[in-house]
Write a protein that binds this ligand. Structure first.
Ligand SMILES: *[C@@H]1O[C@H](CO)[C@@H](O)[C@H](O)[C@H]1NC(C)=O
Ligand SMILES: *[C@@H]1O[C@H](CO)[C@@H](O)[C@H](O)[C@H]1NC(C)=O
Ligand SMILES: *[C@@H]1O[C@H](CO)[C@@H](O)[C@H](O)[C@H]1NC(C)=O
Length: 274
């Protein structure tokens, strides 16, 4: 992959104007300074719902994420179809949101994934460390969230879990840029191919949840791959260093399942060359 454009946004004033005048309630907030991940702190995960009225779902919602994906509880199905991933390389903004690093494509330009006949356009991806979802109570070292949306606003997030080991090729492809924003504190625009995100095995958990950061909007379709991929310690610490956040976590604690079913399905049609 080549860096076709490296554009430094010098004018934060413009960014503030855009954020101020184009609020999208269902989107994750882009300025994360209003909340944090310190348990027991005034801005911590237990209090997110009290910080702003429009974040109340974080406290009183009943379909919150992340959850523990418990194999005992899953309902095995076979007919969910990820028929195709139709992603393409496209310009994306790599930015530090305060607690995480986000790679944001222009809506619709980087293609879509089709699930059960619905096309979800890829919007952005970001990373949490350690992982937010757990499997049978086990936490992992990193979790990638690839956030998608339909034109009508249905959100779908693909979650991929990693444990320490060999470097992750997708993170390797953005490493140089991560170092750059870490040094300059600015955001940059680079061409990134979402096909480099490997979605793993053909077994996936599927349930209805929420965004894991304020405003914690619900009715998000979640798919979490059951295969645990690997990431190097250096890559995870690069992500941490780039956010300039003193905290050692940006993972929201596990939320109540409230009787939700988690489906486990196989898909034999996913084609991806490794
Ligand atoms: C949560 O609380 C807010 C504010 O009190 C209210 O508007 C909203 O309907 C509540 N949501 C649920 C799911 O109870
Ligand atoms: C896909 O369809 C199956 C069968 O109707 C359903 O159980 C599953 O939840 C759907 N999944 C998604 C992500 O739409
Ligand atoms: C990225 O943006 C530049 C400048 O707008 C444009 O010339 C280029 O074609 C874009 N590249 C891709 C892959 O979309």
């Amino acid at each position: 992959m080549e860096k076709l454009v490296t554009q430094i946004f010098l004018c934060s004033f413009f960014t503030i104007l855009v954020l101020h005048f184009c609020p999208a309630l269902s989107d994750e907030v882009e300025d994360e300074s209003e909340f944090n991940y310190e348990q027991g702190s005034e801005k911590g995960p237990d209090r997110w719902g009290e910080i702003r009225p429009e974040w109340s779902t974080c406290s009183n919602g009943t379909l919150q994420s992340p959850i523990d994906l418990l194999d005992k509880r899953v309902e095995v199905i076979s007919h969910l179809e990820i028929t195709k991933r139709n992603y393409k390389p496209s310009n994306a903004t790599l930015k530090n949101r305060g607690h995480d690093i986000m790679l944001k494509w222009n809506s619709g330009e980087a293609g879509y994934i089709e699930i059960n006949g619905t096309q979800y356009l890829i919007q952005q991806c970001h990373w949490h460390s350690p992982s937010e979802h757990t499997i049978n109570g086990n936490k992992f070292d990193l979790e990638l969230h690839a956030v998608h949306q339909t034109p009508t606003g249905q959100t779908f997030v693909f979650g991929i879990l990693y444990q320490f080991g060999e470097p992750d090729p997708f993170l390797s492809s953005v490493e140089d840029y991560l170092e750059e924003i870490s040094d300059t504190g600015e955001e940059i625009i680079v061409v990134i191919d979402p096909n480099k995100i490997k979605i793993g095995s053909q077994r996936y958990y599927n349930y209805i949840g929420s965004l894991t950061t304020p405003p914690c909007t619900e009715n998000v379709v979640w798919i979490v791959a059951s295969e645990i991929r690997t990431v190097s310690r250096e890559q995870v610490s690069l992500l941490r260093v780039a956010v300039h956040d003193d905290s050692d976590t940006n993972a929201r604690p596990i939320q109540e399942t409230n009787g939700r079913t988690v489906k486990l399905f196989r898909d034999d049609k996913v084609d991806e060359e490794d």
